[in-house]
Each structure stands twice: as C-alpha cells, then as structure tokens.
Design a protein around this ligand. Structure first.
Ligand SMILES: [Zn+2]
Length: 89
C-alpha cells in the first residue's frame, strides 16, 4: 500500500546512508528518521479526515510547526522535496 517513494536510483552498494542526516542506515532513512516518517504517515489519516488537508499541505504544516520536533520537521521537508520529484498520492 505504502509505496509512495521507492528509491529511484540503482543501488549496488550495501552500505546505505540516511537521505536526511547521512547516518549509516539499512534503507533510505536511518532509524530515527524512519520512525518519524512512520508517525507522519500515521497521523495523516486523522488530519486528512478532520481537516481535509492534502498530503503536501499537511507536510508544510508540520514543517512550519515549531512544536513538531526536529525529526518530524526534517522528515516533512524531505518528503515535500521528494514529493516534488515524484508525485503526491
Ligand atoms: Zn537520518
């Protein structure tokens, strides 16, 4: 279901780095950022139902919100950027 952004570049090297903070990671994002992303996606369902915001509007709200927390805001910016390259749902 949730294949919004699959890595687009061919990856041959096993050692990957987080696309946001460049920490060693098993995937596109390190554990902290992957966890923040999971939370962002979880909460979107609720926001979308209550406020009828689009995915991108939602990400921009998170990014602008000081109380969202560092990880959440970084992931929101990252998803806005990758959404511009790919397509929002
Ligand atoms: Zn990271």
């Amino acid at each position: 279901m949730d294949d919004l952004h699959k890595p687009r570049m061919p990856i041959k090297d096993e050692g990957m780095k987080c696309s946001i903070c460049e920490a060693e990671s098993k995937g596109e994002l390190c554990e902290e950022h992957a966890e923040a992303e999971a939370r962002i996606r979880d909460h979107y369902t609720t926001w979308h139902e209550r406020m009828d915001v689009t995915w991108e509007e939602y990400l921009r709200l998170l990014e602008a919100n000081e109380s969202s927390g560092k990880w959440i805001r970084e992931v929101a910016s990252y998803l806005i950027y990758s959404g511009a390259r790919t397509r929002s749902p």
